[in-house]
Design a protein around this ligand. Structure first.
Ligand code: ATP
Length: 513
């Protein structure tokens, strides 16, 4: 199946099976805002639990907090968001569509890279086993030509972004002959800066009210609580603070479903360390976070690091963990070495000392920070895209199955009475009443067994049991496995033992090294 088709199918599957709905749909929706449905919320909660437990339960020196969306506006001045949380924006005069100038250029760079990869793939096919890829990349005139164009553009773009030279960004778009995908023209406006924070008023009177911002990241809630947590928790460096919560950004281009939303959720952890140790910790957190992703079993080839060449002025290392989405490798998580920038800024703007007294050194310092920051919704999307599968069966039919990791699946077990009579529904409910304390169970009696299996496959339920006539005599049921569709007869008393170990978040955590 073509990758664009996979993406389209995932989007409609999410809606059809109660995972994700466009917000305010009966009023024609609201741009880049989505709601999670009955199955989506379960999957999302499981992702959050997997992250939270891997951070807070698995690390003695990481604790959690839950800070508010509303914060004192000076925080955003101190963090640099008021002055610098901008994206360069450009409009096409013919289509009246708005774009991020940096994204247009990055897409152009990706086009050159695609061309190179296509050339290499063609040669691989042509030469077969004798193909020496490294040599081909070094010598093929076509590859070299595209590579040179790509590198020149990349260098020019990096320079322009580092200097935030808006005229130069526009000139690159003109020189590269980038056209608007809607109108097909090159009738571009100037590039302007656009601040991504949403503003609102707090307070009831016009004079007494204060402009505040909806937080564009959860991290600042951690920084401003650093001292509270360190003191009350008697935390010793190195230690971390984790938080899951909503963030808001007035994104210019909101496409690609839940990949880029205006209201979304982040899972962030700030790890406070001694200055000078940051690059070791950065390396360690890169490995820890990659292991967390790969532990889901989607295949190491679907992940890669993308180290930042353009570093924010306060960062001394940064990387993204990218996942292979149907629309290419895309950032799911950022890992940043942020030095002491944030704490120092809050010290300066608040006038309060945020130093740490290190008993071993008998000295005080402002801690450095390694941050890991992942979007729940992007994680959700990557999981859905990878799990969605259309499978041809031996009888010629096609089944849609969501091969979710069992620990993340919304429903773990569906209990299905073969018919709606003869005591089978009652027996099925008895099974659920016993197992519902241990994992999420669902009762379903409508339609044929085959249809019910398909519906459970489509929402990723790893196990189904069918209650039939024999169940009433010998307390056995048919247990059916989602991925293999294998069926076997088991005792009701064995069900918990077979299922529980494979469907809990603990089972995932135990696999983490
Ligand atoms: P991008 O370059 O894609 O805009 P970013 O580098 O600005 O992302 P960060 O500020 O590092 O993102 O945020 C950390 C994480 O939060 C990202 O890796 C992503 O998973 C998530 N995230 C950021 N913006 C959005 C958004 N608009 N919608 C959904 N998730 C988001």
């Amino acid at each position: 199946m073509a990758q664009e088709d996979v993406f389209k199918k995932v989007v409609s599957h999410c809606k059809e099976y109660g995972f994700v709905f466009p917000s305010s749909e009966i009023y024609d929706g609201l741009g880049a805002v989505y709601d999670y449905g009955q199955n989506g919320v379960e999957l999302k909660n499981n992702i959050k639990q997997y992250w939270w437990q891997s951070m807070v339960l698995m690390h003695e020196n990481i604790v959690g907090i839950d800070s508010c969306v509303f914060m004192h506006p000076t925080i955003w001045k101190a963090s640099g968001h008021v002055d610098a949380f901008n994206d360069p924006l450009i409009d096409n005069r013919d289509s009246k569509k708005r774009y991020r100038a940096d994204v247009l250029i990055e897409e152009q760079i990706a086009k050159y890279e695609d061309k190179i990869e296509k050339e290499v793939a063609k040669a691989r096919k042509r030469f077969g086993d004798a193909f020496d890829e490294a040599k081909y990349r070094e010598t093929s005139p076509r590859v070299l030509e595209e590579q040179a164009k790509r590198d020149a553009l990349h260098e020019r773009y990096s320079k322009a972004m580092n200097a935030m030279d808006l005229d130069e960004l526009r000139q690159i778009i003109i020189d590269e002959e980038i056209v608007c995908p809607i109108s097909g023209t090159r009738n571009w406006t100037d590039v302007r800066q656009f601040n991504l924070m949403f503003k609102t008023e707090m307070g009831s009177t016009a004079d007494g009210s204060m402009t505040i911002y909806l937080r564009p990241e959860t991290a600042q809630g951690i920084f401003v609580n650093y001292l509270n947590v360190q003191k009350t928790g008697r935390m010793k460096i190195p230690f971390g603070i984790a938080q899951i919560g909503k963030a808001f950004r007035n994104e210019i281009v909101a496409r690609q479903f839940i990949f880029r939303m205006r209201e979304f959720e982040q899972m962030e952890m700030q790890f406070f360390i001694k200055p000078g140790t940051e690059l070791d910790w950065f390396k360690q957190w890169k490995e820890t976070r990659m292991a967390w992703h790969q532990n889901l079993g989607f295949g190491a080839e679907n992940y890669r690091f993308h180290d930042h060449e353009k570093l924010a002025h306060y960062a001394n290392a940064a990387t993204d963990i990218e996942f292979k989405m149907p629309f290419g490798f895309k950032e799911v998580e950022g890992i940043h070495s942020r030095t002491d920038f944030d704490l120092s800024q809050h010290e300066k703007f608040s006038g309060k000392s945020i130093k740490y007294f290190d008993p071993e050194l008998n000295d005080s310092y402002t801690p450095y920070v390694i941050e890991t920051s992942i979007g729940v919704d992007r994680m959700f999307l990557s999981i859905m895209c990878h799990s969605y599968c259309e499978e041809k069966l031996e009888n010629g039919e096609t089944r849609v199955v969501l091969r979710l990791p069992a620990a993340l699946a919304p429903v773990k077990l569906a209990v299905l009475p073969l018919v709606k009579k003869d005591g089978m529904p009652e027996k099925a409910r008895e099974i659920i009443d016993d197992l519902k304390f241990h994992f999420n169970c669902q009762y379903e009696e409508k339609d044929s067994i085959g249809k019910r299996y398909r519906r459970q496959d489509a929402i990723g339920t790893p196990y189904c049991v069918t209650v039939d006539g024999d169940t009433l005599k010998d307390d056995t049921v048919t247990l059916r496995f989602r991925d293999t569709m294998e069926q076997k007869r088991v005792k009701i008393s064995e069900l918990r033992g077979i299922i529980e170990d494979n469907v809990t978040i603990t089972s995932l955590l135990k696999k983490l090294k």
